[in-house]
Design a protein around this ligand. Structure first.
Ligand code: FMN
Length: 578
């Protein structure tokens, strides 16, 4: 390495401690990341790391030796990863989000657990009725109120705009402050109304918002809709319909629809399978361009989702510039998830390649796919067969006898006639217009029957319907396998030990260590591979504390964590007890 020397002074250790010029020293510097680390040089030109000690200008009257200082690495706290404005906007302690998981898989319990740990969770409202969502809001309000951060999901429903509207209106009525918008390709009046409702000016004339939209996107084109102000035509119509005030519509012209944009890379559920390294920088560049163009007073944050199942992955997302990180797959295997224990066991066995794309129930006809678990279930292959038949035929009657026999006996486990009768009764209750449409269009009837299998396959997994185990539809991304590999041999290996906040604290703590290890390596040191391999351990959060280790696997960890609290500038943000 090229010689580098800058006149930054000298560093001298406390008595009886010496800087470490070995890989072991670099390891200590990495694991003790809440303390500043001094990069120093020995007389022979080797680089080492010192902890503690002090900076001096000369060696005069020093008992201990002094070493030229090459660089000072500041402390790192898991709380400091990400964008500080995220904490201010959402009242969290960590820039960490547990993403929504449909059909109530992201339970109220999960959201509450996250909030109490100083993080943000979104209730999985997609696929649920308005009344079921309202019951969840009742509980979240009761347990968390306005004082703690929480949110719920609004999914774009091209087949059921009335449901999308009803849930959006419910969020406005019940003052749900944070909504994660999913599966949008463009804006709908419902999400725009939610975003703009309550816009007002403060005494200094700044435009403040009551409702925060987190827009989950996989493509810059979709992101642009949310990064720009709501379209004038849509605002005008909402005002004409009495759904926004003139003032709200006027103020909406100076703010983005969503100030938190989540880049959804290769994830569980809906995904375009884009690598985070491709998507996140593209969205950040677009954000800069649109912020310049619009001259916004506030920044738009871009967060990262998809593939985050290890500390190194989380560290890399923050290093790319993510304002916050979002996890999904890893939370589904946790105690608080709404998935049945049998599904969690299946998830805990998954490796990184045990996922596959399969047709999505909600946008089946459009050919949209979701990423699901492949290991231990035949759902993906069966759903793909149904989609293939749907594309090739214009009615159930047209399907060849051999295919029909297979679908009826193995997949639906009932005749087409019986399957339609049940599907029909479901839609008569939910939206009779779908039945009229199906009775006029045999192709639509076929879509409804096949979609019914896809929709139920997720509910069988949630309920743990053992007779339908081979049909379980479990949305899952490769992060699950990465997490399982990382957790192997630790207390987090068994799903019954996985709690969402424990998982999050471990990922964050580990991400801080990986960040420090990388800084040391960039400073010319050679930390050993263990410095990048943070091992899971049990954390607790106590009042006034940062994340502290209760029973550390490494004896050094406790002292590291304990020392940090008094100097931690954000330690009085949100405090939680686990
Ligand atoms: C079981 C499951 C259900 C999901 N359902 C939704 C949903 O209803 N709405 C949504 O915005 N995202 C949904 N997601 C995506 C997550 O919120 C999150 O963005 C994603 O899982 C992050 O990527 P990862 O799976 O690689 O961790 C779901 C993910 C999973 C695993």
């Amino acid at each position: 390495m090229q010689e580098y020397r800058q006149n930054t002074g000298l560093w001298t250790p406390e008595s009886n401690t010496a800087p470490a010029f070995s890989a072991g020293g670099a390891w200590l510097g990495a694991s003790d990341f809440r303390r500043p680390a001094y990069l120093v040089q020995s007389a022979s030109g080797h680089r080492g790391v010192g902890l503690g000690g002090r900076l001096v200008q000369s060696t005069a009257e020093l008992a201990a030796p002094a070493f030229p200082l090459l660089a000072l690495l500041p402390p790192i706290y898991p709380e400091w990863l990400g964008d500080p404005s995220f904490h201010e906007a959402h009242g969290t302690r960590f820039s960490y989000v547990a993403g929504a998981m449909a059909n109530g898989i992201a339970t109220t319990e999960m959201v509450i657990e996250m909030a109490r740990a100083g993080m943000l969770g979104f209730f999985g409202a997609a696929g649920l009725s308005r009344s079921r969502v309202e019951t969840a809001i009742d509980e979240l309000e009761r347990e968390l109120g306005d004082a703690m951060p929480w949110g719920a999901n609004l999914i774009h429903s091209p087949h059921e705009p009335a449901l999308e509207e009803a849930v959006a209106d419910l969020y406005i009525e019940r003052s749900v402050r944070r909504v994660s918008a999913a599966a949008y390709l463009g804006l709908t009046p419902y999400i725009v109304r939610y975003a703009c409702h309550g816009l007002h000016r403060d005494a200094e004339g700044r435009v403040l918002r009551k409702n925060h939209v987190f827009a989950k996107v996989s493509h810059p084109q979709t992101a642009a809709h949310f990064m720009r102000p709501a379209p004038a035509v849509m605002l005008k119509k909402l005002v004409a319909e009495g759904k926004l005030t003139q003032e709200e519509a006027l103020l909406a012209r100076s703010v983005a629809v969503a100030e938190d944009i989540t880049a959804e890379a290769d994830s569980g559920g809906h995904t375009d399978n884009r690598p985070l390294t491709v998507l996140l920088p593209s969205l950040m560049a677009l954000r800069d361009e649109i912020c310049r163009e619009q001259g916004y007073a506030r920044p738009i944050r871009v967060g990262a989702a998809g593939g985050l199942g290890t500390p190194a992955a989380v560290a890399s997302a923050y290093a790319l510039g993510a304002a916050y990180v979002v996890t999904g797959s890893v939370n589904q295997a946790c105690i608080e998830s709404g998935l049945d224990a049998s599904g969690k066991e299946m998830l805990a066995k998954a490796d990184i390649g045990d996922v596959v794309m399969a047709p999505a129930a909600d946008m089946f006809e459009m050919g949209v796919e979701v990423q699901v678990l492949k290991h231990g279930t035949m759902f993906a292959a069966r759903a793909a067969k149904l989609y293939e038949l749907y594309k090739e035929h214009s009615s159930l009657e047209e399907i060849l006898a051999s295919d029909r026999e297979r679908v009826e006996s193995q997949i639906l486990r009932e005749s087409f006639t019986d399957a339609w009768a049940k599907t029909r009764s479901f839609w008569i209750e939910r939206d009779p217009r779908e039945v009229s449409k199906a009775e006029a269009s045999p192709k639509h009837l076929m879509a409804l029957v096949f979609r019914s299998y896809l929709g139920q396959a997720s509910r069988w997994a949630i309920a743990g319907h053992s007779e339908r185990r081979v049909d379980f539809q479990i949305w899952c991304g490769p992060a699950m396998g990465a997490f399982n590999r990382w957790a192997r041999g630790s207390f987090l290996e068994a799903p019954k030990e996985r709690r969402v906040a424990q998982v999050a604290l471990n990922l964050l703590e580990g991400a801080a260590q990986c960040t420090r290890a990388q800084q040391l390596r960039s400073g010319g040191l050679a930390p050993p591979s263990e410095a990048f391999d943070f091992r899971p351990r049990v954390f607790s959060l106590a009042v006034g504390d940062s994340a502290t280790t209760q029973s550390p696997l490494h004896s050094s960890t406790k002292s590291v964590a304990t020392q940090s609290h008094s100097t931690h500038p954000r330690s009085n943000h949100h405090v939680a007890s686990l």
